[in-house]
Design a protein around this ligand. Structure first.
Ligand SMILES: Cc1ncc(COP(=O)(O)O)c(C=O)c1O
Length: 472
């Protein structure tokens, strides 16, 4: 299926783009490039690479060493202006560009908020980068465990009462860290959780990596910054249209988090040679999302997914998760097929690449860049599959690989990570303390965190690994 760029788009996107404009000026007025990067805008790359990616992308591959383009640390020039425009759009106090994804944002937040030996309440199905953060700092996690949606094979929402109970039991907690939505699109009541955090005077961080479009439609859940969160990360590259690896960390207007400390931590974590292409793509995505055209595309993505949901709920043998979810995320099950098998069929026989598959279902996204034809084609293929004679031995034997129990913790993630380690086979590691994060991406939710005790229940998930790092 080919896609035709809508020409209306160009005229309707008429919004400030400081980085993009500076980059255009730079590319249109080439100087003699006796500097890094050494490809010097073209000759220093493999011709095949140039043919594939195009000359223009090579000519704009530069970093922030030129004053006219601005710097990321400390921010100045067009980059500083673009960050301000981002903060304005999302109504944040400060917004920071991330060139190593929301991963970098979560690491910086951990360094700022989750200090050594301090307790922090963390949703157990967080992304592995949150665990990496507290592994760096030595904070002591207290898990808040979401509801388990057994029939769907995924984690569900957080019950705000569980957060409150943990805050009661752990008055020395410094912050609460929630992932919302989950990878599959399940939404927790952040308004209520924010209220509870306010009552206990603790900071609230929301990993909204998958929810950067929420600000732009009433049909989407309420963004955490509007609910009173202190900090939010957005993977703009996931659903907001920017390039892979580019994300944003927002600090709320009245945040209890020190934005200066965040900036210092980010400058320690991120490259000193940030890619201007990535930064420009954030600038462009922000302009796009704030344009009328961008908003229309978001409404179209919602409308398309609503239509698909309606068709699928009327299709025998198919179910689609719909309660408390971001409507643009279609988590679908087909009777008698595991998610992995369904993913294989869609890919091999119908040329459809979905976002992810679990033991039970698949996740497909209705994106701002998708057409209604693509979504309806997906629906049609699912209908054909339900009428076919596909068998799935794995599913019939009910071999599930994802463990949903929360292991016992022997020590903090940092203690385990810094300890002397050895590599053991999965079988031999049962009863030992994991010294690494075990989390296949996607979704990157840790099945084991450093410091947790490995059990028999982990073995099906670990079966594809040859070894595991454990504490000696
Ligand atoms: C909930 C969540 N947070 C953070 C991240 C990390 O984001 P990034 O890939 O932008 O580094 C991911 C990635 O999948 C995620 O799912």
């Amino acid at each position: 299926m080919t896609k035709i760029t809508d020409k209306k788009q160009e005229s309707s996107v008429n919004i400030e783009t400081p980085v993009l404009d500076a980059l255009k000026k730079y590319a249109d007025n080439p100087s003699v490039p006796l500097h890094i990067p050494g490809h010097a805008r073209g000759e220093g790359v493999l011709p095949k690479f140039r043919d594939i990616v195009g000359e223009r992308i090579i000519s704009i591959d530069t970093t922030d060493e030129f004053s006219a383009l601005g710097k990321l640390y400390p921010p100045d020039g067009p980059i500083a202006k673009a960050q301000e425009l981002m903060a304005e759009l999302f109504e944040a106090g400060r917004s920071f560009f991330l060139i190593n994804g929301s991963t970098a944002g979560n690491l910086a937040l951990a360094l700022t908020v989750a200090k050594e030996n301090k307790k922090i309440i963390i949703e157990r199905n967080c992304h592995r980068s949150v665990i990496s953060g507290i592994t760096l700092t030595g904070a002591n996690p207290v898990w808040v465990v979401p509801e388990r949606l057994s029939e769907w094979g995924i984690w569900g929402a957080i019950n705000p009462r569980d957060t409150e109970k943990l805050l009661d039991e752990n008055p020395d907690t410094s912050a609460v860290w929630i992932t919302n939505p989950t990878y599959e699109g399940v939404v927790s009541d952040i308004e209520k959780i924010a209220e509870i955090c306010k009552k206990y005077d603790v900071m609230l961080i929301v990993d909204e990596a998958h929810g950067c479009l929420w600000k732009f439609s009433d049909k989407l859940p309420v963004p955490a910054l509007e609910c009173g969160a202190d900090a939010v990360v957005h993977s703009l590259h996931k659903t907001g249209g920017s390039f892979s690896q580019s994300s944003v960390l927002h600090i709320a207007k009245n945040s209890r988090i020190n934005a200066e400390e965040i900036e210092t931590n980010l400058s320690m974590l991120q490259s000193t040679s940030p890619s201007y292409t990535l930064i420009a793509s954030l600038d462009a995505a922000r302009a796009y999302l704030s344009s009328e055209y961008g908003k229309q595309r978001i409404e179209t993505a919602i409308k398309n997914s609503e239509a698909v949901r309606e068709i699928l709920t009327r299709t025998e043998g198919v179910s689609c998760l719909s309660e408390n979810t971001d409507p643009t995320k279609l988590y679908v099950k087909v009777n008698g097929l595991s998610g992995k098998r369904l993913q294989g069929i869609l890919e091999i026989e119908y040329n459809i690449e979905i976002e992810a598959a679990t033991d039970e279902g698949i996740l497909a996204l209705s994106n701002i860049g998708n057409t209604s034809e693509e979504l309806f084609y997906f629906c049609e293929c699912l209908k054909i599959i339900t009428r076919g004679n596909y068998s799935d031995i794995t599913y019939l034997e009910k071999t599930r690989s994802m463990p949903f129990h929360i292991p016992e913790m022997a020590c903090t993630p940092r203690t385990a990570y810094m300890a002397e380690k050895e590599k053991l086979s999965p079988q031999d590691s049962v009863g030992r303390v994991s010294a690494e994060i075990i989390a296949v991406c996607p979704p990157g939710i840790p099945v084991l965190v450093p410091g947790e005790i490995i059990t028999e229940e982990h073995l099906p998930y670990l079966s594809k690994r040859r070894s595991i790092m454990v504490m000696k």
